[in-house]
Design a protein around this ligand. Structure first.
Ligand SMILES: [Zn+2]
Length: 179
């Protein structure tokens, strides 16, 4: 059996962890990333700056979504401007820690991230600025919640800060009553 060497992005992270997608496989979407491409450099920056320090401190970190080519991003309903499309973002969970604990750890120990989002109490989304542009890191922190609508699917609302989902929902409802 042929052995394919894995492309290493940092001590514990490898490129294939960011290019795995069942939907892409089913739809035949090309997930390959060339080592000279800006997507590769963005993923490497994400690993070295954010994910490896997290992994060193909290332990095994599972990437549930990394790089998404635009076609895949559309299929799964990602935001049209999603940084996943450029390899700048990852969704992750850490064994034995809640997403809020993980997001809070990143806020307190890492600098140079672009967006840090506690998403629905289910995972953490974190991104870095593109390696191709001199844009500053925003270090923006948000909590995403699903808010029911009278008709149709619940919509996503972003609340400032990293907070528990119950608190975010309560804050959202109070704000609505006050408005
Ligand atoms: Zn994400």
């Amino acid at each position: 059996m042929a052995t394919v060497s894995r492309v290493q992005l940092s001590t514990n992270f490898f490129l294939d962890e960011f290019t795995r997608s069942q939907i892409a496989a089913r739809r035949g979407i090309d997930m390959s990333v060339c080592q000279g491409d800006v997507i590769y450099f963005n993923l490497r920056r994400l690993c070295r700056r954010v994910l490896q320090p997290l992994r060193d401190a909290l332990g095994p970190t599972h990437i549930s979504s990394g790089y998404r080519p635009p076609k895949l991003n559309r299929l799964i309903g990602g935001a049209p401007t999603s940084q996943h499309q450029y390899g700048q973002a990852a969704d992750l969970v850490v064994t034995g820690h809640t997403p809020l604990e993980v997001a809070t750890w990143l806020r307190d120990h890492v600098t140079g991230y672009d967006q840090l989002i506690h998403e629905y109490g289910a995972w953490v989304h974190v991104s870095v600025p593109s390696a191709a542009l001199p844009e500053p890191a925003r270090m923006e922190r948000l909590t995403a919640i699903k808010v029911p609508r009278l008709i149709g699917k619940p919509r996503t609302v972003y609340m400032p800060g990293l907070i528990a989902i119950d608190d975010a929902l309560a804050r959202h409802n109070n704000h609505k009553e006050a408005a």
